[in-house]
Design a protein around this ligand. Structure first.
Ligand SMILES: [Zn+2]
Ligand SMILES: [Zn+2]
Length: 308
């Protein structure tokens, strides 16, 4: 059993995430989408229902999303730091360090040492590794106790709050990294437009999230673990095609996507089952093909701001 410590913080709920007139927003949104937030399309497919919410897919750009996110989204976001795993995300495991090193190598092919901003930097493991490699680093996180650990234990420059609150000057960063964040964002175009603004011309933004068009997502449907609404809210689900719509809507010159991974079931579901070793071997093989076909369940999008 993994030991997980959850710690409560004494902070006020973050007002910024709550629309000023919540009831009006709920009324305006209605129960069904009318216009896609990425491509402006108006045709949607209702995929399934989970936790009492419909999950929609835009027929234009393949974005999958929950439309009527309130009021559950606010209640849940207020308690985000209850669901944050302090222990699990506090130490650099070798596999993670290797993943980060590979990522940095791929960044450095395009962009030699400069300034990195991590949005949702957590306790600062990635930024610390960037700093060791010679980058200048900046981070921000909405969870005060987490940002505090990054500052006090790692001596990192970390802003507590959302990106637009940090008010960074135009063209401040060469690289922006965002892992497991975009699926929680109400208005992803707004956030990416702000990221584009703070990036230097030719700068890149790397986002990691789940792939809603992956074989895992298709196979599992509404049971796919990433489609969780409640407990730790995910509301927007991207894919290589949705990435293109996001890039276009927020003014990036281009985006490339890479995917990897496949699972018949979540690790917790197969634990102790007789077929687990067989499932693992098969999954490994299917994963190889999924990655090649852009159908892996982990999606890495790389947005590029045009040179000027
Ligand atoms: Zn769309
Ligand atoms: Zn998440």
């Amino acid at each position: 059993m993994e030991q997980v410590t959850k710690r409560k913080s004494q902070v006020e709920p973050r007002q910024i995430l709550v629309p000023e007139d919540l009831q009006r927003v709920i009324d305006d949104l209605g129960t069904e989408p009318t216009e896609c937030m990425l491509c402006g399309g108006a045709q949607f497919t209702a995929l399934f229902e989970r936790t009492g919410k419909k999950f929609w897919e835009c027929q234009g750009c393949e974005l999958v999303f929950v439309h009527d996110i309130y009021p559950e989204f606010i209640d849940d976001t207020d308690h985000l730091d209850d669901t944050y795993h302090f222990d699990r995300l506090a130490v650099m495991k070798p596999a993670r360090a290797k993943r980060y090193a590979t990522l940095l190598d791929s960044i450095e092919k395009e962009r030699k040492l400069g300034t990195v901003l991590e949005v949702g930097c957590g306790q600062g493991l990635f930024l610390e590794q960037c700093r060791k490699a010679g980058w200048e680093v900046n981070g921000l996180d909405v969870l005060p106790p987490v940002a505090e650990i990054a500052r006090s234990q790692r001596g990192l420059e970390v802003f507590t709050g959302e990106l637009h609150e940090a008010k960074y000057p135009d063209a401040s960063f060469d690289v922006c990294f965002m892992s497991e964040v975009i699926e929680h964002i109400v208005d992803p175009v707004n956030l990416m437009t702000e990221i584009r603004r703070v990036l230097r011309p030719g700068g890149i933004a790397i986002l990691v999230t789940g792939n809603a068009q992956s074989w895992s997502a298709k196979w599992r449907g509404g049971k796919w673990a990433y489609y969780r609404f409640g407990g730790h809210l995910h509301i927007r689900f991207f894919s290589p095609r949705a990435a293109e719509a996001l890039a276009e809507a927020s003014g990036f010159e281009s985006v490339t996507s890479e995917t990897r991974g496949f699972a018949f079931q979540e690790a917790a579901e197969v634990r102790g089952k007789w077929y687990r070793p067989f499932a693992q071997v098969t999954q490994g093989i299917v994963s190889q093909f999924a990655g090649v076909r852009g159908a892996g369940h982990r999606l890495r999008m790389r947005f590029r701001r045009a040179e000027e």
